[in-house]
Unconditional design. Structure first.
Length: 268
């Protein structure tokens, strides 16, 4: 009898340790998943936004009249001049923005179809519409009123986020797969890489990431997150966000075409 009584606390302690270790493993695995989203998004952001974006900026400088050479763009960069500092700044910015978009993909993926091709297409629509609405500015923006041709500037800066949205899901899914780098490599390296690509953007994502951890580590929150109600609400919100982005792009295009500031309310 004495031995049975003595064994019960020991078994209770073992049970608590098992739960604690399970929670720690879940948290670590989830941190690696988030890091995969940030790293995958950052890599695609560097290629699409940094490299391709720099080439498009150079093309616009070449096709614009001589009178605008050396003048400052909306991003405070001189037209036609390529500097090491400006290139580094562009790369750091596009990596961080790509990392944020990669984390957004992990959230949006919840309401996307299981097919990788469908996910890529719909996420491209999502990022292209919203990203394009924020990148394209209405008249009298310098980038879209002075640089020539105007249509090339508009098409290019809608195409960049669209291409990012198409490529990022495949990259992130591969990194985050059970046998992928995020779960195969050392946890400290994976998480460190995720923090590095986010750099100063950590301030922006801190609260959403904390909320994601709260959901992931709570069984009741996970059940709610996977419920049909959240699926339907998420898909409705997805459609509304895409519509809002398309509305913003349309308002800016009309403004640029008519050379008048856009009177459209609530556009990005």
């Amino acid at each position: 009898m004495g031995r049975l009584v003595d064994e019960e606390p020991a078994m209770s302690v073992i049970g608590k340790r098992t739960v604690s270790r399970g929670t720690e493993n879940t948290a670590l695995s989830f941190a690696c998943t988030l890091a995969a989203g940030a790293v995958g998004g950052g890599l695609v952001g560097l290629i699409v936004g940094g490299v391709l974006g720099r080439l498009i900026m150079r093309l616009l400088a070449v096709t614009s009249p001589e009178s605008v050479q050396g003048r400052m763009t909306d991003d405070i960069q001189p037209v036609g001049q390529i500097s090491l500092a400006g290139t580094l700044q562009l790369c750091i910015t596009t990596v961080a923005l790509g990392a944020i978009a990669g984390l957004i993909y992990l959230w949006v993926r919840r309401v996307l179809p299981p097919s990788r091709r469908a996910r890529s297409g719909l996420f491209a629509l999502f990022v292209g519409s919203i990203g394009g609405a924020f990148l394209v500015h209405d008249h009298p923006s310098f980038d879209y009123s002075v640089l020539r041709p105007e249509w090339l500037a508009v098409v290019s800066f809608v195409a960049i986020p669209t291409l990012f949205g198409f490529l990022a899901p495949s990259m992130i899914d591969r990194l985050e797969a059970p046998g992928g780098w995020a779960h195969r490599g050392p946890a400290w390296l994976v998480i460190g890489a995720g923090v590095a690509v986010l750099n100063l953007a950590l301030v922006v994502v801190a609260l959403p990431v904390a909320a994601a951890f709260g959901i992931r580590l709570s069984a009741s929150a996970v059940r709610f997150w996977r419920s049909d109600a959240v699926t339907v609400a998420g898909r409705v919100l997805f459609v509304l966000m895409v519509a809002w982005g398309c509305y913003g792009i349309a308002a800016d295009v009309i403004s640029i075409a008519t050379n008048t500031p856009s009177p459209a309310p609530f556009h990005p």
